[in-house]
Design a protein around this ligand. Structure first.
Ligand code: GLC
Ligand code: GLC
Length: 812
C-alpha cells in the first residue's frame, strides 16, 4: 500500500495520510541551523551541534511515538484540532504533507477552516520560519483561538534528559511583546539564547509547561487550550516552553497568515546585557524584522527553492525509468546533502547525542555530494584530516562545533585512513584543485604538528603498510568498515560497549576488506603521486599494491569467494570452513572492485557466489548463514538476532559495492537489478512492509533470516546515500569525473535504448547522449565531443562556461 505519491515536478513527496507506517520526516536547514520535521509536525531544532546546542526538546522512543514538535492548536467552538493531526489527533476533513527540498508544507482542514503550515530555514539564517495560513472555507464567520507550542531543551541534549536535580532549577525566560526568549544558563557561561516570535499581537502566552498542559496531561489536550485562555505563565525552573495565544475572526472566504520564528542568536561576552538582568535582544530584533511579513517569507522561500534547483541541476538524467530519474535528480542527491550536513548525528534513529562526525563516514558521504558542494567538501576534508594522528590513524569521530577529535567511539579502526585518500581523490577528480594537497593541516588538531595534506595521504597509505599480519594482509585493529566485527575484543561484560572497550594488542587478526580497499584506493594514491611527478613514490606504491594483491590471492581466497578476515587465533572468517558466516559481502565488493585476481576470473566467481548465497528479493545480505549465537572471538556482529544489522541484515551501505563490481565486470542487468532492489522509490508500494520513507534510503533492511524480512530501519543518515549515488551516476550511467576530464563508461540494462545526462563539470556543462542500438550493457562504439569524434571515452576539460555535447554509442 502507498501512503502518498511523488510529485517530481515540484520535487516533493506528498503524504496523504498522517498515519504513515512510521514517522516520515524531512530536514530543514543546510548551513548552521537545522531542524527535523515529521509528517505530523514532530521533531526538533538545533544550531550546528545536535548534542551541545539543542533548541527544542524531543523524546526518543516515546509513547505515543513522535510526540513534541512545532504544534499549533486550533480551537473552533468546541472543536479542537491541529493541522498536522498530531498531537490532538482529531480526524481531519483533509490532510496533506509535502516534504520538499529544505521545506515541509502541512495542510489540514476541519469544519470549514483550512490551515496551511509552511516550515523552512531561510538561507543564511539561524532560525526556522513557520508560516501558518488559515482560511475560512465555510459560509459563516469563524472565530478561532490559535495556540502555538514548542518546548525548549536546556541546550545540552544529554544533560537535558538526565540531570534533573539541576535542570528543574535552571529554566529561565524573558518575554517582550509577542516574543518569548529562552535564556536558561545565559546568566552564566552561555552567550546564546533562543526566541519564539509571531508577527501579531497576542492575547496571551505561556512559558511554563506545567501551567500550559496541566501536570497530568499530554500534548494532546492542554488545560490552557481546553479553556481557551492562556495563563500568561512565566517559567521559573522546571520546563520552559513557548506558547502564543492568538484570536482570529475570519469572514467566509477570508484568509490570514502568521509568521512564527524560532531563532537562535549569540552575543559577544561583553554585549550580553542591555541592563543587568535584561538580555541584549538586538540580534533577535534584526532576525524578526527580516521575516515580519508574508512577502518577505515568500521571497526567502523562492530563494531557497532556487538554491536547491541550482544544487541539483549539476547532475540530472533523463532515462526510460522514472524511478531512476527521480532518485538521481532529486531524492538521492538530497539525501547525500543531508548526510553531509548531519553525518550520523540527528535523525529519528540517531538521537543527536551519541555521535559527532565520523572519520570514515564523512569521507564516504562526500563521495555523493562532491559535485554539488566542492567548496564545502574542501573544508570538510581539511577538518577531518586534522583529526588524524601522526602515524596515519585517526580519531573515529569529531564534534562539529569544536572540530576536535572525540574519543567516545574509540579509535584504531584500521580502515579509517584509507577513506581519506578516497575522498581527496574524488575531490581532485571533481575540481582539479590540486592546491588542496599543499594545505598545511595539523595532526591531532595540534598546529605544531602540521604537515601538508599530501603528507597526510602518505601517512594514511603507510598506516596500512605498517600494520600487517602474518599473511601480509592488513591488521584489522578495533574493527574495519564493519564496526561490529570485533576480532580483538573478547568481551564477556555486558556493561561495556564493543566500540570502546579495551582491545587486545591485535597482532594477528587481519582484514581482507582493508586489503581490497588498499588496492582499489591505493591506485588513486598512485595516480595522485604520478600527477605530482613523484615517480619514485608512485612506483613504491604500485609495488605495495601488487604485493597486497598477491597476499589476497594467496591467503584471502576461499575457493569460490574472498575470505573476510583472520581472527585473533589465525582462524578464517567468512570461509566454507566456518559453520556460520561462511561468506561476507564486504570483501566480495571491494576485492572485486579492485579487480584482484582478475586474470583468474576471481571477481566474477566471487560475484556469482554473492548472487547464490547473499541475494534476496529485498537486497543483498551482509553475510550468510547468519550467526545463531554469540561468538566471543567475533564480537558485536554475533550479538544481533539473525537477519538484523551486521548479522546478515541487508546493510544497504555496501550493496552498491556489488553494483559497482558488477558494472566493472560489464554485467549491467545484474548491477541494475541490485540497484532496484534497495532503491526506495521502487519500494513505495510495499510501504507496509518496508515502513520507512519511500524517498530515502535506510541503513538496514531486515535480511532473509529475520522474522520481518524486508522491513527497513534507520532511514536517512547512512553511507548508503553516497554509495548508491556513486553506483548509479558513475558506474551504471557511467559518468565518471577523472583527473584529466569527464570519463563516460556506462554499464546499463541491455534493454535500455538510450539516456541523456546533463552534468556540470569544471566550469562547463556537458550534455551526454548515450545511445544503445545494439542493446549491449557495456562497451563504446563511438565517442564524440561537440561533433568531433575522439578515441577513447574521455571528454576534455573546457572550463569555458559553455555547453558541450558528448555523443556516445554503445556497442560490442
Ligand atoms: C554504521 C556506521 C559505519 C559503519 C557501518 C557498518 O553505518 O556509521 O561507520 O561502517 O555501520 O558497521
Ligand atoms: C553499532 C551499530 C553499527 C554502528 C556502530 C556505531 O555497533 O551496530 O551499525 O556502526 O554502532 O557506533
Amino acid at each position: 500500500m502507498q501512503y502518498g505519491y511523488f510529485d517530481d515536478a515540484h520535487k516533493e513527496y506528498v503524504i496523504t495520510t498522517p498515519r504513515t507506517p512510521y514517522p516520515w520526516i524531512n530536514y530543514l536547514g543546510s548551513q548552521e541551523f537545522f531542524a527535523l520535521i515529521s509528517n505530523t509536525a514532530g521533531g526538533y531544532a538545533f544550531y550546528k551541534d545536535a548534542l551541545l546546542r539543542r533548541l527544542t526538546r524531543y523524546r526518543y522512543n516515546n509513547v505515543p511515538l513522535d510526540n513534541g514538535g512545532r504544534y499549533f492548536y486550533i480551537k473552533d467552538g468546541e472543536t479542537l484540532w491541529a493541522p498536522g493531526w498530531k498531537p490532538v489527533k482529531t480526524e481531519l476533513d483533509r490532510y496533506e504533507c509535502r516534504h520538499g527540498m529544505g521545506y515541509t508544507r502541512i495542510q489540514g482542514e476541519k469544519q470549514g477552516v483550512a490551515a496551511d503550515l509552511l516550515c523552512f530555514v531561510p538561507l543564511d539564517y539561524t532560525g526556522e520560519v513557520q508560516k501558518l495560513s488559515l482560511k475560512n472555507t465555510s459560509a459563516e464567520t469563524k472565530t478561532l483561538h490559535i495556540f502555538s507550542l514548542l518546548e525548549f531543551c536546556l541546550w545540552n541534549a544529554l544533560d537535558d534528559m538526565t540531570n534533573f536535580q539541576r535542570n528543574f532549577n535552571t529554566g529561565e525566560i524573558e518575554i517582550e511583546g509577542s516574543v518569548i526568549y529562552h535564556t536558561t544558563e545565559y546568566r552564566e557561561r552561555r552567550n546564546h539564547y533562543a526566541f519564539y516570535a509571531v508577527n501579531a499581537e497576542i492575547s496571551g502566552f505561556d512559558t511554563d509547561r506545567e501551567c500550559f498542559l496541566g501536570l497530568y496531561n499530554g500534548f494532546d489536550l492542554p488545560d490552557v487550550v481546553k479553556s481557551g485562555q492562556s495563563g500568561n505563565s512565566v517559567a521559573d525552573g522546571w520546563s520552559p516552553i513557548a506558547s502564543h495565544h492568538l484570536k482570529l475572526s475570519l469572514q467566509p472566504g477570508e484568509e490570514h497568515s502568521y509568521v512564527f520564528i524560532l531563532g537562535y542568536a549569540e552575543n559577544a561576552p561583553d554585549q550580553k546585557w542591555e541592563v543587568p538582568g535584561v538580555i541584549n535582544k538586538r540580534k533577535a530584533h534584526t532576525m524578526i524584522a527580516q521575516f515580519d511579513t508574508e512577502q518577505k517569507v515568500g521571497q526567502a522561500f523562492l530563494k531557497l527553492k532556487d538554491s536547491w534547483d541550482r544544487l541539483l541541476n549539476r547532475f540530472s538524467v533523463q532515462s526510460c525509468d522514472e524511478n531512476v530519474n527521480r532518485m538521481v535528480n532529486i531524492w538521492n542527491q538530497y539525501q547525500c546533502m543531508m548526510t553531509f550536513n548531519m553525518a550520523r548525528s540527528a535523525s529519528y534513529f540517531e538521537s543527536g547525542i551519541g555521535r559527532g562526525i565520523g572519520f570514515r563516514d564523512t569521507n564516504q558521504d562526500m563521495l555523493g555530494c562532491m559535485h554539488q558542494i566542492p567548496e564545502r567538501a574542501r573544508q570538510r576534508i581539511l577538518d577531518v584530516a586534522a583529526t588524524q594522528f601522526e602515524d596515519g590513524s585517526a580519531y573515529h569521530q569529531y564534534q562539529p562545533l569544536t572540530k576536535r577529535g572525540n574519543d567516545a567511539v574509540g579509535s584504531h579502526f584500521n580502515d579509517d585512513p584509507l577513506w581519506l585518500i578516497l575522498a581527496v581523490s574524488a575531490y581532485l577528480k571533481e575540481t582539479g584543485d590540486w592546491s588542496i594537497l599543499d594545505e598545511s593541516v595539523p595532526f591531532d588538531n595540534d598546529e605544531r604538528k602540521a604537515a601538508s595534506l599530501f603528507e597526510h595521504l602518505k601517512r594514511s597509505f603507510a598506516h596500512v603498510v605498517n600494520h600487517r599480519g602474518q599473511h601480509n594482509l592488513p591488521l584489522i585493529g578495533r574493527a574495519d568498515w564493519n564496526d561490529c566485527l570485533n576480532l580483538n575484543c573478547f568481551s564477556t561484560n555486558p556493561d561495556e560497549s564493543f566500540q570502546t572497550t579495551t582491545n587486545k594488542q591485535g597482532k594477528t587478526a587481519e582484514s581482507v576488506l582493508i586489503a581490497g580497499m588498499f588496492v582499489f584506493i591505493g591506485k588513486e594514491y598512485a595516480a595522485i603521486c604520478d600527477h605530482l611527478g613523484k615517480a619514485a613514490e608512485a612506483d613504491a606504491v604500485r609495488k605495495q599494491i601488487r604485493d597486497m594483491e598477491q597476499a589476497v590471492i594467496k591467503a584471502g581466497w576461499d575457493g569460490a569467494w574472498f575470505l573476510r578476515a583472520y581472527d585473533n587465533a589465525g582462524q578464517k572468517i567468512g570461509s566454507q570452513e566456518c559453520p556460520e558466516g561462511k561468506i561476507f559481502i564486504e570483501s566480495q565488493g571491494f576485492c572485486s572492485m579492485a579487480q584482484i585476481g582478475q586474470a583468474r576470473n576471481l571477481p566474477q566467481i566471487a560475484l556469482d557466489s554473492v548472487k547464490t548465497h547473499l541475494d534476496t528479493p529485498y537486497g543483498i545480505v551482509l553475510l550468510n548463514p547468519a550467526y545463531s549465537r554469540y561468538y566471543l572471538n567475533l564480537g558485536e556482529v554475533s550479538t544481533y538476532p539473525p537477519g538484523y544489522k551486521e548479522n546478515a541484515g541487508i546493510f544497504c551501505h555496501n550493496n552498491p559495492w556489488i553494483m559497482i563490481a558488477e558494472a566493472i565486470l560489464g554485467r549491467g542487468d545484474l548491477a541494475f537489478e541490485y540497484y532496484q532492489k534497495i532503491c526506495p522509490s521502487y519500494l513505495e508500494e510495499i510501504s507496509d512492509l518496508h515502513r520507512t520513507e519511500p524517498y530515502v534510503y535506510s541503513q538496514m533492511i531486515a535480511g532473509k533470516d529475520a522474522k520481518r524480512h524486508g522491513e527497513a530501519k534507520n532511514s536517512w543518515l547512512t553511507g548508503t546515500a553516497a554509495w548508491n549515488f556513486v553506483a548509479i551516476s558513475q558506474w551504471i550511467l557511467g559518468i565518471q569525473p577523472d583527473y584529466a576530464g569527464l570519463r563516460i563508461d556506462p554499464c546499463i540494462p541491455a534493454a535500455w535504448e538510450q539516456f541523456t545526462v546533463r552534468r556540470v563539470f569544471r566550469g562547463s556543462t556537458y550534455t551526454i547522449k548515450v545511445n544503445n542500438p545494439e542493446h549491449v550493457c557495456k562497451g563504446i562504439n563511438s565517442f564524440s565531443v561537440d561533433g568531433k569524434s575522439l578515441p577513447g571515452n574521455l571528454a576534455p576539460v573546457f572550463d569555458d562556461d559553455q555547453e558541450h555535447v558528448v555523443e556516445v554509442t554503445l556497442g560490442a
